[in-house]
Design a protein around this ligand. Structure first.
Ligand code: GDP
Ligand code: IMO
Ligand code: MG
Length: 423
């Protein structure tokens, strides 16, 4: 039986997952999202076109592939309709190649309002969520109050009304003013639109494909440091973003997981609140942000930027069982004279080299400094062209992380991707 390969982010999201899923898609028959929802924004660029996907898997552009929104995903019908209609308008009709799990949970209009109300109630301690209702929807799922895609086919009005009444009671208790009418109207249009798609038991379809020796790629959203268990809690998302999440989010057995592709930026970014030990508040941070165009693809927020954090990366590699690494946005460092990498932390005067329980303000990074390559890498097509200093950076990272870096990305376009030869 074939295995499911999984690609996931090792940092705080936005590592470039969408781009690489698209690059890898020709090697697979099925591409499946297993967690998260429209909090994700996965960017793809090819033939001078740019697309940002939120709920739809990044395997839709390479033709002839089955794409699946798995049971672990939370789906907002109105945002889904917008996304799918925009794709259809640009010539990508998904109705035949996109399957949606009946067990995926629906984001209700009141979930979005609750997300905003909970954030407002937290004041300065707010998480800085994407405001898409992710937390409240997963909360309803685990408290057994959720509404699932399959519900739209049976007793839908009852289930919806009960959930809405529950949410309105909470909003009343929070004294939160809101207007539901427009959101709700769009949402119901989204529900009707959803009915035009193939709503399926995706766990059956995925396992059947594996039995038929078809290959499956699971596409992660967010990143390991945003995982609800292992991320920088409570400044995390509400799902398991790690490789284990693809078992529960698709209905596959742990022994069915094959390659685990761990993707990271050559530096580090974070959007929203929460600790970030290597964050830079100086002009180097500004430079990373400017050259890397570090603005959120969903919210447009400026991303916080800093140096690569190998303590956190090693932790992420361990939790996920990463078998191959993919380094993104190498070109963003092209003009830097020197590059820093955090190899440890000082916490209360003590040096720490394993990822601690908490990474709050007391954590000070210990850096190693490496020479930059100061060469434009954006038009390189082979690793033979890599400058010596860049090769040194790669070797340094591989030695520290103990996993090979198999793909290097030197620009946002599909073509700006260099697959390294295995030794
Ligand atoms: P995802 O959420 O992990 O799919 O990543 P995002 O799409 O949110 O953010 C990655 C951003 O970096 C997007 O704007 C991509 O177009 C861009 N990008 C991806 N790879 C590279 C790269 O190698 N170099 C540069 N300069 N930009 C890249
Ligand atoms: P992709 O898949 C970066 C962050 C939010 C916030 C926290 C919780 O594009 O990498 P949520 O709305 O999930 O309750 O917000 O998680 N966050 C992301 N940051 N990339 C993402 O997705 C993110 N999805 C959520 O900014 O800090
Ligand atoms: Mg993103």
């Amino acid at each position: 039986m074939k295995k499911v390969d999984v690609l996931l982010g090792l940092q705080w999201g936005d590592e470039g997952k969408g781009k690489i899923v698209d690059v890898l898609t020709p090697n697979y028959d099925v591409i499946a999202r297993f967690q998260g929802g429209p909090n994700a924004g996965h960017t793809l660029e090819f033939n001078g076109q740019k697309y940002i996907l939120r709920s739809i898997p990044s395997g839709i552009f390479q033709g002839g592939k089955i794409n699946i929104i798995g049971n672990g995903v939370v789906l907002d019908p109105s945002l889904f309709k917008q996304e799918a209609e925009a794709l259809a308008a640009s010539g990508h009709d998904l109705k035949k190649k996109l399957y949606i799990s009946k067990k995926a949970h629906l984001i209700l209009p009141t979930h979005r309002i609750l997300d905003a109300a909970y954030e407002a109630a937290k004041g300065d301690g707010k998480i800085g969520t994407t405001g898409k209702g992710i937390g409240p929807t997963y909360t309803d799922k685990t408290s057994r109050n959720g509404v699932r895609v399959g519900d739209i086919l049976h007793h839908f009005e009852e289930v919806y009304a009960a959930a809405k009444a529950r949410h309105e009671a909470i909003l009343k208790s929070l004294n939160y003013a809101y207007d539901l009418s427009e959101l709700e109207a769009q949402w119901f249009e989204g529900i009707e639109y959803l009915k035009e798609f193939q709503l399926i038991d995706s766990e059956q379809v995925i396992n059947q494909n594996l039995r038929e020796e078809k290959s499956v790629l699971a596409e992660g959203a967010q990143g390991t440091m945003l995982d609800v268990d292992f991320g920088s809690y409570p400044f995390v998302t509400s799902s398991n973003t790690i490789s284990a999440g693809c078992c529960t989010g698709l209905g596959i057995a742990p022994r069915s997981v094959g390659e685990v592709y761990g993707i990271f930026k050559a530096y580090c970014t974070r959007v929203g609140s929460g600790p970030f030990p290597t964050e830079l508040f100086d002009e180097t941070g500004e430079k990373l942000c400017d050259i890397g165009h570090e603005f959120g693809s969903v919210t447009g927020r400026r991303r916080r930027c800093g140096w690569i954090d190998l303590v956190a990366l090693k932790y992420a590699i361990m939790i996920n069982g990463v078998t191959q690494l993919i380094m993104m946005k190498s070109d963003v460092l092209d003009t830097f004279e020197t590059i820093k990498a955090c190899v440890g932390y000082t916490i209360d005067g003590e040096e720490v080299f394993t990822f601690p329980y908490s990474i709050d303000d007391e954590v000070k990074p210990i850096y190693v400094e490496l020479p930059g390559w100061q060469t434009d890498m954006t038009s390189m097509t082979s690793e033979d062209e890599f400058p010596e200093e860049f090769n040194n950076y790669l070797s340094f990272l591989e030695e520290e992380l103990e996993v090979p870096i198999r793909i290097v990305s030197v620009g946002p376009d599909r073509a700006q991707t260099i697959i390294r030869e295995e030794e």
